[in-house]
Design a protein around this ligand. Structure first.
Ligand SMILES: Cc1cc2nc3c(=O)[nH]c(=O)nc-3n(C[C@H](O)[C@H](O)[C@H](O)COP(=O)(O)OP(=O)(O)OC[C@H]3O[C@@H](n4cnc5c(N)ncnc54)[C@H](O)[C@@H]3O)c2cc1C
Length: 402
């Protein structure tokens, strides 16, 4: 019997497995795919993650595809583009997730890839994970890091299914491009572009230029996602018309994917089980960014399960500490991001951009928030206060001048 069976080897599952293996526990990590595997994604995350998870630094050349230093945010009416400084690491998930899994395996985690987990069966003394090939693996506990359609969340009834209003449906394409054409178009700062509320629908579009690919994508809240492939095509035409994408862009490799964007589920633990990453809704409702949150949650999960293994206490009450830990680490981020999401999808968004265009501080707050690069949460209170201040300044300026 394993100490822990981890289901899903994305950033969440691989990080939890490595952390548990490092503490000397006996880990099996199950994934339906064989690695290296791609995962539809923008591939941008805060550069600070490479510092925080120290083992990533010596492996950076295996996954890092550049650092974006400037973000350009386009208003819904396309009249205003705000620029701000950011610090966003860029990667290809094919490489990044493979490095994370390799790191877990190097410390002793056993990979069981190319095998779908079908069911989890909880007993008093163990958990059995039944696999699609008819075999099973047993552990003292299980981690559900199996992504947006999590079987573990469903079977533990922690989340039966995300409603359409809680997910964002995306279309994304990683387009190969010559490095010199990327620098010509997006500069050495790998200027990335973020578009809010395309076509008046709640959601966002992006271009993340990398070392030798351009990642372009569009996400729309599930309730408005009908016709997404057509919307994506017209987004691409629009970008070409602005010369933000080469005319020859080949979209034949575009893929669809879902990401939860309504904040975390209420409860992320049950007897002998913790849920993390997309499975738990650990994703920014504002940007759809979840790599960093999945990894941070994984570290908390590993600490709590390690303690449970040492003390033989796997009941829900003992594992509840996990939820307290991630909530105090980054739980407030989601509240702020949800509020910011409401502001950025409201009819006032264009006005906010207009006001922001007159103020550097607003530009910096907004571009940090959108860039996955913020170490601090998006400070909505500061944003609103600053917006009011600028309005007042403008109004007084008008009176003085008048
Ligand atoms: C289009 C798009 C763009 C995005 N862009 C960004 C971005 O730029 N930056 C960012 O930070 N986040 C981004 N995200 C979100 C990010 O991809 C996720 O938040 C992140 O991958 C979560 O990691 P995870 O480990 O929880 O889940 P995943 O990375 O989804 O990993 C889950 C793993 O579980 C496996 N699995 C699922 N079910 C089973 C099963 N039954 N049995 C066995 N294995 C199973 C899957 O094969 C997969 O490998 C984007 C998402 C989308 C859809």
């Amino acid at each position: 019997m394993y100490d822990v069976v981890v289901i899903g080897a994305g950033p969440g599952g691989a990080t939890a497995s490595r952390s548990l293996a490092e503490k000397g526990h006996n880990i099996c990590i199950v994934d339906k795919d064989t690695f290296p595997r791609d995962k539809p994604c923008g591939g941008g995350f805060s550069r600070s993650i490479i510092e925080e998870f120290k083992y990533l630094k010596p492996r950076a050349s295996d996954f890092l595809k550049g650092i974006a230093r400037i973000g350009v945010l386009h208003s819904p009416n396309r009249q205003i583009a705000l620029e701000g400084r950011v610090d966003m690491a860029l990667t290809l998930r094919m490489d990044f997730d493979n490095v994370l899994l390799e790191e877990a395996i190097a410390l002793g985690a056993l990979p069981l890839t190319g095998t779908r987990a079908k069911h989890v069966v909880f007993r008093d003394d163990a958990v059995t994970v039944e696999l699609a090939d008819g075999t099973s693996v047993k552990g003292k506990a299980v981690i559900g890091s199996d992504g947006v359609t999590s079987m573990v969340a469903r079977e533990t009834q922690l989340n039966n299914r995300w409603p359409n209003s809680s997910i964002t449906a995306c279309r994304v394409c990683e387009i190969p491009a010559a490095p010199n054409t990327i620098i010509e178009r997006y500069t050495n700062d790998l200027k990335y572009h973020f578009f809010s509320n395309l076509g008046g629908k709640p959601g966002y579009g992006w271009i993340f230029p990398k070392q030798d690919t351009i990642n372009v994508g569009l996400g729309v809240v599930g309730t408005h996602a009908k016709g997404l492939p057509n919307e994506f095509d017209s987004f691409i035409r629009y970008l070409k018309s602005l010369d933000l994408l080469p005319k020859s862009t080949d979209l034949s490799r575009a893929k669809g994917a879902l990401v939860p964007t309504a904040g975390p589920i209420n409860v992320t633990f049950s007897n002998r089980c913790l849920i993390l990453g997309d499975a738990a809704g650990h994703v920014s409702p504002l940007t759809g960014g979840g790599i960093a949150y999945a990894m941070k949650a994984a570290r908390h999960a590993a600490n709590v399960i390690s303690y449970a293994l040492e003390n033989g206490a796997f009941d829900a009450q003992s594992l509840a500490k996990y939820q307290r830990l991630w909530q105090s680490d980054f739980g407030d981020d989601f509240r702020n991001q949800l509020l910011a999401q409401k502001i950025f999808t409201s009819p006032f968004t264009d006005l906010l951009f207009h006001i922001g265009s007159k103020d550097k501080m607003i530009q910096d707050i907004v571009s940090e928030a959108m860039a996955e690069s913020s170490e601090r949460e998006v400070d909505v209170r500061q944003l609103v206060l600053r917006t009011m201040q600028v309005c007042l300044r403008e109004a007084l300026g008008f009176k003085t001048n008048g």
